[in-house]
Design a protein around this ligand. Sequence first.
Ligand code: ZN
Length: 188
Amino acid sequence: MTETFPLVGEPLALDLLNTCPVDGDLIADPAGLADWLAAQSGRLGPVGGAVGAAEVAAVQGVREAARAALEAVRGGARPPAESLRVLNEAMAAAPAHRELVRAEGGGLAVAARRAGGTPARRLAAELAEAVADLLTDARVGQVRRCEGPGCVLLFLPVNPRRRWCVATACGNRARVARYYARHRPDGA
Ligand SMILES: [Zn+2]
């Protein structure tokens, strides 16, 4: 991996939004998106092809719709109709279904998921579903933004006292900032 992502392991929809930390877009090009997909290994189906500009555009489209919808819902407002339209179209463009397959040894196994469409559409559909899961989750109101100065990362706290995206990063920076604020020589 060439990129390191500041925060992964939150609900997939939040991980998607967290690809935009304050200093840029980590999935702005195919290499960045491929790295993010690698970091999400096991949470998304195989893309089924090389990651290219079409996949980047598809994922960014879902991300922007997700951002607008989540901002509204977190604030207790109705999500913009346009955001829901984008998410719904993404899900409809590559609907997933289960597929039964015969296992090698003679037993029956169930393939988790099959979807049609291009890799870009499958990826967008899967991410839009993750966004739909979050938007309709009873815990959506608990989604928090990191309290780190300037940090925009979002998380769903398991521990209600959690304040930081990553305590060793933003938590430490905040402690250092408080320390210097208390110990400024001019007492200001
Ligand atoms: Zn942070």
